[in-house]
Design a protein around this ligand. Structure first.
Ligand code: ACO
Length: 349
């Protein structure tokens, strides 16, 4: 059976650099607090009315396709991972298909937040291994800056996130020492609300969680979302930072070890671990837990903040561009995020 290789990779971030000091002008925060807790120095914000999640995805896709040496007509399937789509529906996949003038190929949207890229990679891997598709364009992009609470109330979340896009072109390979060795995907919906944005949504999950039945008018009275359901803070992302931290530092090592064990490999075999850029402190904790050297873990959250689904391909692109990833190297991708969902992929470059 074929394996799946990354034939080309690209990234795009908007020009607009927003430093921690810039944020201190609009909310009560400080460069010291942000750097100490998250490692972030600056992030990029999309240019209003110019950059969208799809347009940034298109820019990253063009670079990935050029690096893979493929043209628009060669792409036979699109997968788009994002939590910040241009529209509530339809998804960004079809918008990218239209913008890039691709023929009437399938376009699939993946909504797995920080784990989105690895979930999408796993889906693409199945299509390639079975021979169904030969050139899959996988794009992961986020525009967080349009939807954050920039008042002091939202500072624990808004200082963390940034905008950007990454993309890969996936193709079959018959080489033994190349391609995706395995992917492992997990979820635990028990903590769904601990890292969430309830609106726009239908809140059925909340009634279930609170074990409080919805009133008939909420259920059947036209619009399900009634004013009493929409609290102002619910239109912004919510995060219980400490709960996320505690779970992330357990699940990252667990899912990386699962991948290593499945392939009879050891942590010392990893040339580069590219963790989802959630928070530099989480990455450092994982590095220690896994007994990895500093040069075995790639971090660029300092420059871009947390770009959710886009963070792994952006980091992978920069590592590749910096020649930290070479043919035959064992690369481990790992992510943890909202859902909670977590995932890993092990691949030979
Ligand atoms: N600037 C200044 N002060 C702040 C800020 C800010 N941006 N945000 C919160 N604070 C204050 C709080 O109001 C609180 O003040 P108080 O003591 O007067 O009440 C104090 O700092 C401590 O707040 P905590 O929320 O307890 O801060 P904590 O030390 O837990 O750090 C953080 C918050 C950085 C979010 C931490 O919990 C963390 O690293 N969590 C991991 C979550 C994460 O990294 N998520 C990334 C996105 S999700 C993902 O990708 C998986």
């Amino acid at each position: 059976m074929n394996r799946t290789k990354i034939a080309g990779i690209g990234m795009y971030v908007p020009e607009n650099v927003v430093t921690n000091d810039d944020l201190t002008k609009i909310m009560d925060t400080s460069d010291a607090w942000i750097q100490e807790r998250t490692g972030i120095r600056e992030r990029r914000y999309a240019k209003r009315f110019e950059d969208t999640t799809t347009t940034m995805g298109v820019e990253a896709a063009k670079i990935a396709m050029e690096n893979a040496g493929v043209k628009t007509a060669d792409i036979d399937f699109i997968i788009f991972a994002t939590l910040s789509p241009d529209y509530y529906f339809p998804g960004c996949g079809v918008l990218l298909q239209r913008m890039m003038g691709m023929k009437e190929i399938g376009a699939l949207d993946i909504r797995n937040q920080c784990s989105g890229f690895i979930y999408a990679l796993s889906v693409a891997d199945q299509f390639i291994k079975t021979g169904m598709y030969k050139n899959i364009l996988l794009v992961a992009a986020e525009t967080h800056s349009y939807g954050l609470d920039f008042t002091t109330r939202g500072r624990n979340v808004s200082v963390i996130f940034g905008d950007g896009a990454g993309a890969v072109v996936l193709q079959p390979t018959t080489k033994d020492d190349q391609g995706i060795l395995s992917t492992h995907l997990h979820s635990d919906g028990d903590s769904a609300e601990l890292l969430s944005m309830p609106n726009p949504g239908f809140h059925a999950g909340r009634f279930w969680k609170e074990k409080k039945p919805a009133t008939p008018s909420q259920l059947y009275g036209g619009l399900f979302i009634t004013p009493d359901l929409i609290k102002e803070e619910d239109i912004y992302p919510y995060m219980d930072g400490q709960a996320v931290f505690k779970k992330a530092v357990i699940k990252f090592p667990e899912v990386i070890n699962e991948a290593l064990n499945a392939n009879h490999l050891k942590a010392s075999d990893i040339r580069l671990l590219i963790p989802h850029q959630a928070n530099l402190r989480i990455s450092q904790f994982v590095q220690q837990q896994m007994h990895l050297r500093e040069d075995q873990v790639y971090n660029n959250i300092q420059k871009y903040g947390n770009t959710t689904a886009a963070s792994v391909p952006i980091a992978l692109y920069e590592a590749w561009k910096d020649r930290k990833v070479k043919e035959g190297d064992l690369i481990c991708l790992a992510a943890f995020g909202s859902g909670f969902t977590w995932a890993s992929a092990l691949l030979k470059w």
